[in-house]
Design a protein around this ligand. Sequence first.
Ligand code: GLV
Ligand code: MN
Ligand code: MN
Length: 411
Amino acid sequence: MDSTLSIDIARLSARLADLAAIGAIEGTEGCARLALTDEDKAGRDLVVTWMRDLGLDVTIDGIGNVVGVMAGANDGPPVMCGSHIDTVRTGGRYDGNLGVLAGLEIIETVQAAGITPLRPLAVAFFTDEEGARFPPDMLGSLVYVGGMPLEEALDIEGIDGAIVGDELERIGYAGPAPLPGPAPHAFVELHVEQGPVLEQEGVTVGAVDGVQGISWTEVIVTGQSNHAGTTPMSLRKDPGYVAAACVAFVRELALELGHPQVGTVGRIEFHPNLVNVVPASASFTVDIRNTDEALLQEAERRFDEFLRATAEAEGCTVETRVLARFEPVIFDPAVVDLVERTAAELGHTVKRMPSGAGHDAQMLARVCPTAMVFTPSRDGISHNPAEYTSPSDLEAGTNVLLHTMLQLANS
Ligand code: GLV
Ligand code: MN
Ligand code: MN
């Protein structure tokens, strides 16, 4: 490993800023590029232009995943990096974007140094990683690895009523490349931690050894809409009360099960949502996660029991729909070791750790040796325009990715 080879952090930061200008949230550093919106299309067009400027062979598949490949000395499956460029509506500029733009920076660095690795190098961005508009999260990478048939993915309806297939056609990203996509030789994703651990421990690089399991459910509670002034409390069938009790229960359950169990109700709506009307229905989402599959199943079971008992006692009915369900993933120990060793050899402090967030790498892990590199997030803040990682941490993480990829490509 030639540790004097280094990426250009100014060039990487400039690309991060140029991409963040698309869908920029005024007065912040963040951006809103929900999957398959006009803003997502504009971001895609910019990144594809950069890929072509670097001479990459660019392919687009039927779910809109984009892969850019730089030829190696030999043919064969590439060493791939990448992530996503869609964001939540209140996104930062680093979540996902870093892993894609770091890949372009690495290719530019390798080309400028006149290096031709034995294996090809590839950079990918996968469609709808966030799942904030079209559940589940990691949709594009799930389809890429054959975890969901394309036809099923194209039929998914978003929170705004739009359909994945229609939106892909509309923005011009329903491509011809076949699915499932070809398995890479290996996959390594650079991402901001989005949590507080690295910063709190004063560590520069995370060698990510797995991703916790994710369970997303949509709940619709239906009751009896009625007059808020005239309906005695004892005669109500109030879905708003059931939803509120569930919000509190999800938190209590996570606290009782203890770290690393987490639970969130991130979306809630009452209908008709008026001051003097007992709601007719309430809908909300539940996001629960754990690194342990058995504990995650226990949390799911206990939430379901509470929901049904509370609704029944209130005279309400319940419908639930699974929006996403992925078991915990363990990354390839040899690739995790390589990330850890590379970070140490470059002089960085490094820690093996699991990921609290979902990532495209957890899907690629189904088809090839996979790991991730984390860089610290200031105050552990993410899914928030205030998300921030310092240039020196971005540089460290990107150099770890660079040298990890080169070793994988030359071995
Ligand atoms: C996806 O990024 C998630 O972890 O929610
Ligand atoms: Mn992400
Ligand atoms: Mn995210």
